[in-house]
Design a protein around this ligand. Structure first.
Ligand code: ADP
Length: 301
């Protein structure tokens, strides 16, 4: 994808982060266009938080170029920070104040805040506006986190595991809120372990494994066409499970029906989900990484 650098919210080249001997981020290039929702995926320990915290200006990098909203986070000032919205994994709310008081307090830090009542309505906490934050349920407190992150009208919103611990209904409500922010043009960097969430909200996505971006692209095209070839499963005459990957599942099904003289048992046609594609990518990158390590150790040379 070629994008004018001025249209990029995030531009990263050759990003590295070492913690002593450990290389947490091993050379990442990443572009996120303005207005885009980018889903950063990867197993635990892959380097997602390190990358995101460098972009947020919370961590210093070892090497590489980073530009976020046109500034280097390592040297950016308070007015730059005011253009970001950050929803961290855990809530740090003391809970002394009511939802409305806390939001009104934070809104004053920003040059062009959203209307506090609008924000309360957007996160669905109208009934709890006067409730002390400490008395809210976990899911409601998470909404307060999001409310605090968006009250300053951020250009770029970081969402780190935003719906962990939500029940299915609360997640769907939350997704609607994020879709509303997307529609308003907010750029969003989402990290999540829920692949359905990434597929629903993400425009593009990237998979990090072992500090490297092993795949990046449109969320529906991650992993390439090969990873998305449909699978036809059925049981043969002896009851044994069979499966075949094919770009033309309908032809195979017709052929099977003819061969069986009727319905094949337990017939299904499956299109790999983002989760299937993701697991395939992580598995392939993991086995490549361990093969490379074994070569380095002289065991596979
Ligand atoms: P993720 O967010 O994908 O789970 P992290 O960025 O948290 O991954 O971690 C990447 C690697 O860096 C892991 O091996 C982790 O143990 C290590 N790491 C993270 N933070 C520190 C730190 N402050 N000091 C030393 N090692 C760290």
């Amino acid at each position: 994808m070629r994008t004018n650098p001025a249209d990029l919210a995030v531009r990263v080249r050759g990003l590295r982060k070492e913690y002593g001997d450990l290389t947490a981020v091993a050379g990442i290039d990443l572009d996120i266009a303005r207005g885009e929702t980018f889903a950063l995926l990867g197993p635990n320990g892959a380097g997602k938080s390190t990358t995101v915290e460098i972009l947020e200006g919370y961590r210093h990098r070892t090497a590489g170029e980073v530009s976020v909203l046109g500034a280097d986070p390592a040297h950016a000032r308070l007015d730059w920070k005011a253009r970001l919205g950050i929803v961290l994994q855990s809530t740090g709310e003391s809970g002394q104040y009511s939802v409305r008081e806390q939001l009104a307090h934070f809104a004053r830090f920003y040059p062009n805040p959203r209307d506090v009542e609008d924000v309360i309505a957007a996160v669905g906490l109208e009934k709890q506006a006067k409730t002390r934050i400490g008395k809210l349920s976990g899911g409601q407190q998470r909404r307060v986190d999001v409310a605090l992150a968006i009250v300053g009208r951020p250009e770029l919103l970081f969402l780190d595991e935003p719906t962990t611990g939500f029940d299915p209904e609360a997640r769907r409500e939350f997704w609607k809120l994020i879709e509303q922010l997307k529609a308003e043009g907010t750029t969003i960097l989402l990290t999540t372990h829920y692949l359905d969430e990434a597929a629903r909200l993400g425009d593009r996505g990237g998979v990090i494994v072992g500090g490297r971006l092993v795949a990046v692209g449109h969320i529906d095209e991650l992993g390439g066409a090969e990873a998305r070839v449909p699978v036809v499963r059925w049981r043969d005459e002896s009851g044994a499970p069979r499966e075949e990957r094919t770009q033309r599942p309908a032809e195979l099904v017709v052929d099977l029906a003819r061969r069986f003289g009727g319905e094949p048992r337990e017939l299904e046609v499956i299109r790999p989900s983002l989760e299937d594609v993701y697991l395939g990518l992580v598995h392939a990158a993991g086995s490549k990484a361990s093969a490379a390590e074994l070569v380095e150790e002289g065991e596979l040379a």
